[in-house]
Design a binder for this molecule. Structure first.
Ligand code: 5SP
Length: 224
């Protein structure tokens, strides 16, 4: 499968949000990545339903919604109604993860679990068959523009091996410090979906940057 590119709307210009949403619509990006932060699970607050619904009204591609919030179960139905096609919850925020995943599927969305940098991929082995995707965080969640944590590559490799046995169709998404220079190594390690904020919205031409990331081949030797 060709890898997917999901620009992170967190790095958009919120005063020109419709313009940036149209940029993603017209680009080779595959999904919109929408970060919801509550100031409790992570030390930052992004935006809530009014902005999410505004993005949803204009977006012509699936919305990949990453909930960096405590008690995500309280909001799953609303995010699905607001247009989320994938809903990601954090392993670290879900004491009843199996139930949470069931609720996401019942709401009609694809289910993804995100892992913070310190959380081993092996903790998902008993739930991997129920998931559509795993999001491997390559920075500590909460802010765009951070430096990629190199150990992520090994986590992706280990997750790919686990998924090959338990759920070969599982998508692996990586988020944080993703840019053109580390794209080939991430693909080679086994990533399917690349989330990128600053490297896209900070580029001279975001549309061209998205194309460049979309068409890079997977190679082992790129810098991370
Ligand atoms: O979830 C997050 C941060 O918590 C990300 O989606 C960031 O928005 C990615 O931004 P860059 O690291 O690519 O600038």
């Amino acid at each position: 499968m060709k890898h997917l590119i999901a620009p992170s709307v967190l790095s958009a210009d919120f005063a020109n949000l419709q313009r940036d949403v149209e940029m993603i619509n017209s680009s080779e990006a595959d999904w919109f990545h929408v970060d919801i932060m509550d100031g409790v699970f992570v030390p930052n607050i992004s935006f809530g339903f009014p902005v999410m619904e505004a993005i949803s009204r204009h977006a012509k591609k699936p919305l990949d919604v990453h909930l960096m919030i405590v008690n995500p179960d309280h909001y799953i139905e609303r995010f699905a109604q607001a247009g989320a096609s994938t809903i990601t919850v954090h392993y670290e925020a879900c004491p009843h993860l199996h139930k949470t995943i069931q609720s996401i599927h019942e709401a009609g969305a694809k289910a993804c679990v995100a892992l913070n940098p310190h959380t081993p991929v092996e903790l998902l082995s008993d739930i991997l068959t129920d998931l559509d995707m795993v999001l491997v965080m390559s920075v500590n969640p909460g802010f765009g523009g951070q430096k990629f944590i190199p150990n992520t590559l090994d986590k992706i490799r280990r997750l790919r091996s686990l998924a090959n046995v338990l759920n070969p169709g599982l998508l692996i998404e990586v988020d944080g410090g993703v840019a053109l220079h580390n794209t080939p190594a991430l693909l080679h390690a086994g990533a399917d979906v690349l989330v990128a904020g600053n490297s896209i919205f900070g580029a001279e031409s975001p549309v061209e940057m998205i194309s460049a990331m979309k068409h890079l081949p997977s190679t082992e030797s790129s810098s991370i």
